[in-house]
Design a protein. Structure first.
Ligand SMILES: N[C@H](CCC[C@H](N)C(=O)O)C(=O)O
Length: 275
């Protein structure tokens, strides 16, 4: 089966985007991880599928990690999604309403080429993350390989753990991040963010993503880090989130308010793959 795709990225967090409105397909986990494979396939952190919405949203947005697992939300992908549906002539609407497994998001193409997304309201109850804890807390102690680390835990539709570190370049992202990703207290696994606070409006962030490993940027991770920092009275929004792939701007006005993300979305090339 020949499949048309578009390769895109948001700050180096890269995607294979597939129009599933004009081509009907259902891919196995094995086929999805083949597409994501950087040696044998196309190569990407996530695969994004554009589908017709079941309700009255404009589109349904499905997200699969490089390991083939389907997930609830992808922030950098949401910015690429709206650029894709405009570039492919699938809509003239701006903003577009996009249904995801974790609810509705509304990305808007800005005149300066950047994209702003209402990423929805973060959730903190352990059962909603999900995270195993007796009750909600600002931070939690987590046993990792005989060490105790302090994390914030929350959901941006997908689960996030956030650690504050003194030196982002020395943060144990690959080693400890992999252990926290699969920690038993996160029954659906978790994205693990390491945040260095520069000042009240600037952070540096690295994320070990669930199902993909460390990526150059993570949109929902940036949202989760800013929320964790604001809650601990360490940050004031808007916050510039400096990732290895570039800068995101995140705003959040507090409990029960949406998190707003602004950043770029880039189309790299189009292609076809035989599956
Ligand atoms: N790895 C994430 C999905 C992609 C999130 C990230 N690429 C973003 O920009 O938010 C998860 O398993 O929840």
């Amino acid at each position: 089966m020949k499949i048309k795709f578009t390769k895109m990225h948001g700050l180096g967090n890269d995607f294979v985007v597939i129009d599933c409105i004009n081509q009907t397909l259902s891919l196995s986990r094995k086929q999805l991880s083949f597409i994501a494979d950087r040696h044998f396939g196309i190569g990407c952190d996530q695969i994004l599928m554009v589908e017709k919405a079941s309700g009255n949203a404009d589109f349904f947005y499905r997200i699969f990690n490089a390991d083939g697992g389907e997930v609830e939300q992808c922030g950098n992908g949401a910015r690429c999604f709206v650029r894709y549906v405009h570039d492919q002539g699938l809509t003239l609407k701006n903003p577009v309403s996009v249904e995801t497994l974790s609810g509705l998001i509304t990305p808007t193409l800005q005149k300066n080429g950047e994209v702003t997304v209402d990423m929805g309201i973060p959730k903190f109850e352990p059962a909603e993350i999900p995270f195993v804890a007796d009750h909600r807390a600002l931070t939690y102690s987590l046993e990792v390989q005989g060490k105790t680390v302090q994390i914030s835990a929350l959901s941006m539709g997908n689960p996030h753990a956030v650690r504050i570190v003194g030196d982002i370049d020395k943060a144990p992202v690959g080693s400890e991040g992999a252990l926290i990703e699969t920690h038993p207290r996160f029954p659906k696994r978790v994205n693990v963010g390491y945040m260095q606070i520069i000042d009240r409006h600037n952070i540096q962030l690295r994320v070990f993503e669930r199902g993909a490993g460390e990526t150059l940027a993570c949109g929902t991770g940036a949202c989760a880090a800013v929320v964790a920092g604001v809650q601990q009275n360490l940050l004031d929004t808007p916050v510039s989130v400096n990732t290895r792939g570039g800068k995101l701007t995140i705003s959040w006005d507090g409990e029960n308010q949406s998190v707003w993300m602004t950043g770029p979305a880039v189309t790299v090339f189009e292609g076809e793959i035989n599956l």
